[in-house]
Design a protein around this ligand. Structure first.
Ligand code: ADP
Ligand code: ZN
Ligand code: ZN
Length: 743
């Protein structure tokens, strides 16, 4: 008997092994095996079983050492899914499988054989000679031996029969490698103890329509992808809950993905209140490895049917999967940027397709790609156009910051209208959120008089301002330009880097409102575990008057006391060096604005900007998603950006700057050669290599090379040959494939 094994090594190849006859009965796809590999041992997963020897090209086929699982860890459906993902994201399948159950849990397992406590009293003369030998070997070893070790020590190849004989005689015990089996309910997500039973609201007509449409698909069975587009507070979660109820009633499994597991407290409470008899599996990185392994097995056995988790929960082996929900599908945290670079929202659709399940992508601001799939008739659109109970969407006002500045010539952090609004809010005893999306220490350049931003001619992205060298640089193609002495649009010489961060905002707010209770929520203030939740709970408990934060404040939770939302600068995200900058701006403004006015009092949103005419801002102001979509999709088409093309980016890194740059340039030349020769890569545009936006991380210098084309197979082929080539140059290459175009 021969098996095909995916091994946890950095290679896309799979390997053939022979199965000794005494292990044959236990072989099944999806079980882990321990195998000899070179001079070491490795753990792999059985992909396929075959009776005839495959053509090994004259090489010796080695034998596996042990089988580690009594039951397969991965079913045929999951193996197909992992295979798809690994090949799409150009990642070794064996590593992809190992990544889901990381570290020691993945490497341990198998059977241990030991004598029973009273074995000495039970030894009989009736044992076979081989069984006698086993007893003698095991006698001095209290912890017993693994099957493989026992074979080695006794020199007996097939000892299964003897072990069974000894088991029957009550002389030995065979155990799986030990695990503390602790069935979990709810897990460690916050807010668990404030469980309340929830009154089930009566659906409004739009919700009812959505629920009915999904139910029809569940009745019919099979793959059914939905995009649930509902404004903030429109009752999307209620639709998910009804769909989940339908699935559980049918005995199926449901998977609910959320962007930030730390923020699922409220949602988890709602799930448990709604499904009191249903154990909910919560999968997130805070769960210990051993517990995760146990959850995994319980999910696989069908004992846990409702699974909630962050992006990696998508890989859970849910039985009879009938529904996948991706809440806030536009959220950036669905993208994984280490190991396999996958996009969980996209993979959720693939997973549902392979499982023949329904999938709901929900958002107030769907990713352009997702909405595009409506027009392409790949997804069905469900719409919730209004907030529940006819609560109005907040009123959005734009504050033009051009010409507003303090004596020092710097623009004010808090404009007069925003200060007035804050003062009013405080005096009414209500709460405010101030938002500033400032990633890292990026600075960009604008004309303080006309708002002109500086954009790359080749890429239609903003140029990043490098103060030290006084240059403007494009992170996409490497274009660079010295800072001009005057604004090309209006001639003003007042060009400035705009660089206020949340800390500066906090300082200003404290100075202006010394009596207010102020807190800040960003990655600097939430390094301690649980700090994030604590701050939000203090906001919910009305212990904070003004909360200042990054996009973290835009996510999750209802705060009925918040009536004012201030955006310090809409320009920060507008000017990101990314062709999705406008989309990100629209999303973040709409999401932040949606935090306001959830309670009885209508909300008010003030947005400060140097660019009040920007379409992302105008459309967000009127809560006009489709209007935004139409403008943005036209511009994508004109520039042939996704969804009208596909991008594969190669992230190159090297310890040596010189070596890395040279190797990167060689790689770029090779890419162009292959692309123009059309041999492996017809119709592919090669952009770069350019220095990465963050040029050095952890002592490694970084570049990126962008491949743009229409066909994923040729992009894959080119990326593959480039990474193979790079493997010989000492350059580390990681690959991002973006995005998936379905069906
Ligand atoms: P979303 O997910 O779109 O932001 P939610 O589903 O969280 O919205 O709903 C917002 C609030 O409105 C929740 O407190 C929810 O319980 C409540 N809600 C949802 N649907 C209804 C309804 N049909 N009638 C009354 N309240 C509702
Ligand atoms: Zn100007
Ligand atoms: Zn450029």
């Amino acid at each position: 008997m021969f098996i095909q094994v995916a091994i946890d090594i950095p290679s896309e190849r799979t390997f053939t092994y022979r199965v000794p006859s005494f292990l044959a009965a236990e072989v099944a796809p999806g079980k882990r095996v321990r195998v000899p590999f070179g001079r070491r041992r490795q753990v792999g997963v059985i992909l396929a079983v075959d009776d005839v020897a495959p053509d090994a090209g004259g090489k010796e086929i080695r034998e596996i050492l042990d089988i580690l699982d009594p039951e397969p860890l991965f079913g045929p459906e999951e193996l197909r899914f992992y295979r798809w993902a690994a090949s799409y994201y150009l990642y070794p399948l064996g590593k992809a499988l190992a990544d889901v159950l990381p570290g020691t849990e993945y490497r341990s397992g198998g059977q241990r054989i030991r004598l029973t406590e009273d074995a000495a009293d039970r030894i009989t003369a009736l044992l076979s000679p081989a069984a006698d030998v086993l007893c003698a070997v095991l006698a001095g070893r209290r912890n017993g031996l693994t099957l493989n070790r026992l074979r080695k020590v006794t020199g007996i190849e097939d000892i299964r029969k003897e072990i069974r004989e000894l088991q029957d005689a009550g002389l030995v015990r065979v155990t799986e490698a030990e695990r503390r089996l602790a069935p979990r309910r709810g897990g460690e997500a916050p807010g668990e103890n404030v469980r309340t039973t929830e009154a089930v609201p009566v659906l409004n007509p739009d919700q009812r329509n959505a629920v009915e449409t999904i139910r029809e698909s569940l009745n019919r069975g099979g793959f059914a992808p939905f995009l649930l587009h509902g404004v903030t507070g429109s009752g999307k979660t209620e639709v998910y809950l009804r769909a989940i109820a339908d699935v559980l009633e049918r005995g199926g499994g449901a998977l609910l993905l959320v962007p930030e597991i730390a923020l699922t407290g409220q949602l988890l409470n709602r799930l448990q209140a709604r499904f009191p008899r249903q154990a909910v599996a919560v999968l997130h990185s805070g769960v210990s490895r051993a517990a995760r392994y146990d959850q995994w097995r319980q999910i696989r056995q069908g004992r846990l049917r409702l699974i909630i988790g962050a992006r990696s929960a998508l890989f859970a082996p849910v039985r009879d999967l009938k529904l996948v929900v991706v809440d806030e599908e536009h959220d950036l945290s669905y993208k994984q940027d280490d190991r396999m670079h996958y996009q969980a929202r996209d993979l959720a659709v693939i997973r549902a397709k392979l499982a023949g399940a329904a999938v709901i992508l929900g958002s107030a601001t769907p990713e352009l790609q997702s909405y595009f799939n409506i027009a392409a008739r790949k997804y069905r659109l469900l719409t919730l156009p209004d907030r529940v109970l006819s609560k109005p969407l907040p009123q959005v006002e734009v504050i033009d910051m051009r010409g507003r500045r303090e004596a020092a010539g710097q623009p004010a952090v808090l404009s007069a209208p925003l200060q007035t609004a804050l003062r009013e809010t405080l005096s009414l005893g209500r709460q405010a959120i101030l938002f500033l999306n400032r990633r890292g220490s990026h600075a960009f350049m604008v004309c303080l008089d006309c708002g002109q931003a500086f954009r790359c001619l080749n890429c239609a992205v903003s140029l990043t301002y490098y103060g030290g060298d006084a240059i403007l640089k494009c992170h996409y193609c490497g274009f660079r330009h010295p800072v001009p002495p005057a604004c090309p649009a209006c001639g003003s010489s007042r060009l400035g880097g705009f660089g206020v961060g949340t800390e500066k905002v906090e300082e200003e707010v404290r100075a202006t409102f010394p009596e207010a209770r102020i807190a800040r929520l960003d990655s600097d203030t939430t390094t301690r575990r649980g700090a994030h939740i604590e701050i939000l709970q203090r906001l919910a408990g009305q212990e904070i008057d003004i909360l200042i934060g990054t996009q973290m404040v835009a996510k999750g939770h209802d705060f009925p006391g918040v009536t004012l939302v201030g955006v310090i600068s809409a320009d920060t995200s507008m000017n990101l060096p990314d062709f999705r900058a406008a989309e990100r701006t629209f999303q973040i403004l709409t999401q932040v604005a949606g935090r306001g006015g959830r309670g009885e009092t209508p909300g008010r949103v003030l947005i400060q900007t140097f660019n009040p005419g920007h379409y992302a801002l105008l459309k967000a102001r009127h809560h006009d998603y489709t209007g935004f979509y139409q403008e943005e999709i036209a511009s994508r088409e004109a520039l042939s950006y996704p969804p009208f093309s596909r991008l594969v980016s190669l992230h190159l890194s090297c310890r040596s700057r010189e070596k890395g740059r040279a190797a990167g340039e060689t790689l770029g030349r090779l890419a162009r050669e292959l692309a123009t020769a059309g041999r492996s890569a017809p119709g592919i545009e090669v952009i770069g290599p350019a220095e990465a936006p963050v040029a050095k991380i952890k002592g490694r210098y970084r570049w990126q090379l962008l491949l743009k084309g229409k066909h994923v197979t040729s992009l894959h082929a080119l990326a593959r040959s480039l990474s193979e080539h790079a493997a010989h140059t000492g350059l580390d290459v990681r690959i991002d494939v973006d995005p998936v175009h379905f069906l």
